[in-house]
Design a protein. Structure first.
Length: 413
């Protein structure tokens, strides 16, 4: 059933599309309300209970918005809750994590040259680390230490640095960055699901019952919302990073990820200041540019690989494709048509790192990337780009025949 590879690739595409759509909806609403909240005017007569207002124009219409810190004199019958964007983003993101990194754990998640663990162990570490992230974060926020939000955010930054380093010691480069993003995104979505929305519901119920809401609920929700505000931009970078091996595949990738968090904080500080009319801190862009130049420099430091990296034993999955009929022919084709870019030291002019971190030099490399070679160069003409190395139609057919033979011979999927 070799066409399962085609179905699985489209499933991955579909879930990724859903994830992008829901993420845009979540980030868009979050950014809008942050800008709205910071831009509210309080220097004018306001209705009783209102703490600010703003007039906005968009799409040919005018909008008059008022904010009530507690509630208006009469609660409206219908309230629009902004929560499903967050939940759908996390659920679709976790589904994508499972489709790509769990189902393909032996290729995308674990690397024996980084840490020799089984795919199942890698998956369990992945799940445990994501769960640990929320538990540790929530504990720190609710502790005495967390009462000072500036102090807390400094500590949280160092926790993220430690996690960035730790992930690079366990997973592949791509998976390490993706997991740091999932670690952070889980905290953000859990803030909405477990703190912000429940606290708001308690406040609404208290108001309907004529009780005075506990102000601590609002302060707690505000703290978590602030954290989400500053974490958004780094998470976007981490989710896009799998396309850029210079970010995840170099010696100091964990430090690159850490600096990205600082850049995200600086950029959010700029926009928060502008929206709140507190000034225009242009210096944040200068510092961000300097940090970005440091990142570029760090990405040029070669990654130190074990001496026996190329001689690593094939996994069971790799061996099945290496033993399949036609492998030798395909290997020679791939090494001749693809390895000038997809190598540990690319020789194609202008290529300084293997695209997307994909290596196609050794038997293990080629057998491990069997499905992608089949889809990218066999079933489609996506690779090589513009067919710059002149991959012939019969060579593409040989790739298809080899992959399908491996599936038939081993009853895979």
């Amino acid at each position: 059933m070799y066409e399962f590879a085609v179905f699985w690739d489209w499933l991955s595409f579909g879930v990724r599309w859903l994830h992008v759509i829901t993420a845009i909806a979540w980030i868009g609403s979050s950014f809008y309300f942050i800008a709205l909240d910071l831009g509210l005017r309080k220097d004018r007569p306001l209705p009783e209970g209102a703490s600010g207002e703003e007039w906005q124009v968009h799409g040919g219409g005018f909008y008059h918005i008022q904010k009530y810190m507690v509630a208006p004199a009469q609660m409206p019958e219908h309230l629009t809750w902004f929560k499903w964007e967050s939940y759908a983003t996390w659920l679709s993101g976790f589904a994508l994590l499972a489709i790509i990194y769990y189902a393909g754990a032996d290729l995308y998640l674990v690397d024996p040259n980084v840490l020799d663990i089984s795919p199942l162990t890698g998956i369990l570490i992945s799940l445990a680390s994501i769960g640990f992230g929320w538990i540790a974060y929530d504990f720190l926020c609710k502790s005495k230490f967390g009462e000072d939000n500036n102090r807390l955010m400094i500590l949280l930054f160092f926790v993220l640095v430690a996690m960035a380093w730790g992930y690079t010691q366990v997973f592949t480069g791509r998976a390490a960055f993706l997991h740091l993003g999932a670690f952070t995104a889980t905290i953000m979505s859990a803030n909405v699901f477990l703190i912000i929305i429940p606290n708001q519901k308690i406040v609404v119920e208290d108001l309907k019952a004529g009780r005075s809401p506990d102000p601590a609920l609002g302060l707690q929700a505000k703290q978590r919302s602030t954290h989400n505000n500053y974490l958004t931009l780094p998470v976007i970078f981490l989710m896009l990073s799998n396309h850029y091996p210079l970010a995840f595949g170099t010696q100091y990738s964990w430090l690159i990820a850490s600096l990205i968090f600082l850049i995200g904080v600086l950029i959010r500080h700029y926009f928060n200041s502008v929206h709140s009319r507190a000034g225009t801190p242009y210096w944040t862009w200068l510092v961000s540019a300097i940090l970005f130049l440091i990142i570029i420099w760090l990405s040029t430091v070669p990654k130190v690989l074990p001496e026996d990296y190329e001689d690593a034993a094939l996994t069971r999955h790799q061996q099945l494709f290496a033993d399949a009929q036609g492998f030798e022919t395909v290997r020679d084709t791939v090494q001749g048509r693809c390895s000038m870019c997809h190598s540990r030291e690319p020789v194609w002019d202008g290529i300084v790192a293997p695209p997307k971190g994909v290596l196609l030099e050794t038997d293990a490399d080629i057998a491990g990337q069997a499905r992608e070679i089949y889809l990218q160069a066999g079933r489609s003409n996506a690779m090589p780009p513009a067919n710059v190395t002149f991959l012939e139609p019969q060579e593409r057919q040989q790739i298809v025949d080899w992959y399908q033979a491996a599936i038939r011979e081993n009853s895979l999927w």
